[in-house]
Design a protein. Structure first.
Length: 287
């Protein structure tokens, strides 16, 4: 069905897009965010500061002009390593909004799935200047009540997404070293491979040949999560995938590693805000 410009402007998916251009000076002395997920795509541009970006089992030391797209559901966090001002732009936009803004001949999702070493691109000084200018103009217009501001906001947003797509379509890619400590990535891999089993620090310690205390301290330092919190998050995320694909609530509970049905219902609702049954109904249209 063809979508009109009026439909696009009135769409909640487009109107509720989050866009920020922030400068922070207190993250080093205050709490850095722990690993977290979004239901939307996040376009992230690093402008200045001394920052590490963690995405799933990878960690990258960022340089000015580094730009990345974080996919829906991907665990990630930024760590500020000193007191220098930390400046960045990030845009959270749902798949629904990207599809609404797309046309029959231009799919704005086409280049939003970088993987491996292609997760990050380095913008030239000129391209970074253009990116910042487009974002700042969009922010200005989207908060304006002037005549025609809604039309200009949609135009600028579309231009910004197109610009990002063109940047990620460049075949020239820079190699970025993954500086995630091997112990932390090995811990994540162990959890992934044994998610449906009883995972204990004792078993993990035996498998990785490190003391349970050392594993816990290192894991918390790099992810901001305890091992228990991480396992719970992974199990809920696994259950969400199963429910979306049509599994029953009881099947999702069993196949995602929860041994207790009541604990599964409680944990799922705490993480997502809704019950597994309601989540399944919303995603599949069935009870």
């Amino acid at each position: 069905m063809e979508v009109s410009l009026g439909d696009i402007i009135q769409s909640d998916a487009v109107r509720n897009i989050l866009c920020y251009h922030n400068v922070t000076t207190d993250l080093f002395t205050g709490p850095n965010p722990s690993y977290h997920r979004h239901d939307a795509y996040e376009i992230y541009l690093f402008i200045r500061g001394n920052t590490k970006m963690y995405v799933e089992q990878s960690c990258y030391q960022l340089s000015s002009g580094d730009c990345m797209v974080i996919l829906p559901g991907q665990l990630h966090r930024c760590i500020v390593t000193d007191t220098d001002p930390y400046e960045r732009i990030f845009i959270n936009i749902t798949e629904e909004a990207l599809r609404i803004l797309s046309s029959a001949s231009t799919d704005l999702l086409a280049r939003f799935h970088p993987c491996g070493e292609n997760r990050i691109i380095r913008l030239s000084a000129y391209n970074m200047e253009q990116f910042i200018a487009l974002t700042d103009e969009y922010l200005k217009i989207s908060h304006s009540s002037e005549y025609g501001c809604d039309l200009r906001a949609v135009y600028l947003l579309t231009e910004l997404i197109l610009f990002t797509n063109r940047l990620f379509g460049d075949p020239k890619r820079r190699r970025y070293d993954n500086v995630m400590p091997e112990l932390v990535s090995s811990t994540m891999k162990y959890v992934e491979e044994h998610l449906t089993e009883d995972i204990s620090l004792t078993k993990l310690s035996h498998s990785l040949n490190y003391s349970s205390k050392y594993i816990s301290v290192q894991f918390k330092a790099h992810t901001g999560l305890s091992l228990r919190e991480y396992i719970l998050d992974q199990r809920v995320e696994c259950a969400k995938r199963l429910l979306t694909s049509g599994s029953s609530v009881s099947e999702a509970c069993l196949c995602s590693g929860f041994s207790d049905y009541s604990n599964f219902i409680r944990s799922f609702k705490k993480k997502t805000g809704i019950s597994p049954g309601r989540f399944r109904k919303e995603k599949t249209g069935t009870k």
